[in-house]
Design a protein around this ligand. Structure first.
Ligand SMILES: NC(=O)c1ccc[n+]([C@@H]2O[C@H](COP(=O)([O-])OP(=O)(O)OC[C@H]3O[C@@H](n4cnc5c(N)ncnc54)[C@H](OP(=O)(O)O)[C@@H]3O)[C@@H](O)[C@H]2O)c1
Length: 107
């Protein structure tokens, strides 16, 4: 069976970390994005251990216009496919959501 992957932004704390946990418990692999890489790595290790999923982390500041393209390159390098996007980080990042969705659907 194909593994499915969810990309969660703002995964280093709060609701984003909880989304990641819930998705891992449903068997989805994860790409965790936020600025604090240590917190992302701790969560990724925990989810890999507890739920047996693959969890990759990418530290990015989503207020930077180039962030979606950097994330896209990271995903492509790992040869992953994003099946679900949980764009939870900050309601101010509407431009980022649009850019991520565009990348997801058009490239
Ligand atoms: N909690 C609520 O009751 C509530 C209610 C309504 C809506 N919301 C919305 O739900 C979302 C999450 O809320 P929360 O309470 O879980 O917030 P939170 O605990 O402050 O978490 C925010 C997450 O977003 C990341 N983040 C913030 N700025 C970022 C940036 N520039 N680039 C990348 N990542 C960034 C943070 O990680 P880093 O600091 O590591 O980057 C963190 O992982 C927000 O969009 C909020 O507006 C929450």
């Amino acid at each position: 069976m194909d593994r499915r992957t969810a990309l969660v932004t703002g995964a280093s704390s709060g609701l984003g970390a909880e989304f990641a946990r819930q998705l891992a418990n449903r068997g989805l692999d994860l790409i965790l994005v936020a600025r604090r890489s240590e917190r992302l790595s701790e969560l990724a290790d925990r989810l890999a251990h507890d739920a047996g999923v693959r969890a990759n982390v990418f530290a990015a500041d989503l207020s930077a216009p180039e962030a979606p393209a950097l994330i896209f390159d990271f995903v492509r390098e790992l040869r992953l496919r994003v099946d679900f996007l949980v764009n939870n980080a900050g309601s101010a990042f509407v431009h980022c959501a649009r850019a991520l969705l565009t990348l997801n659907f058009t490239k």
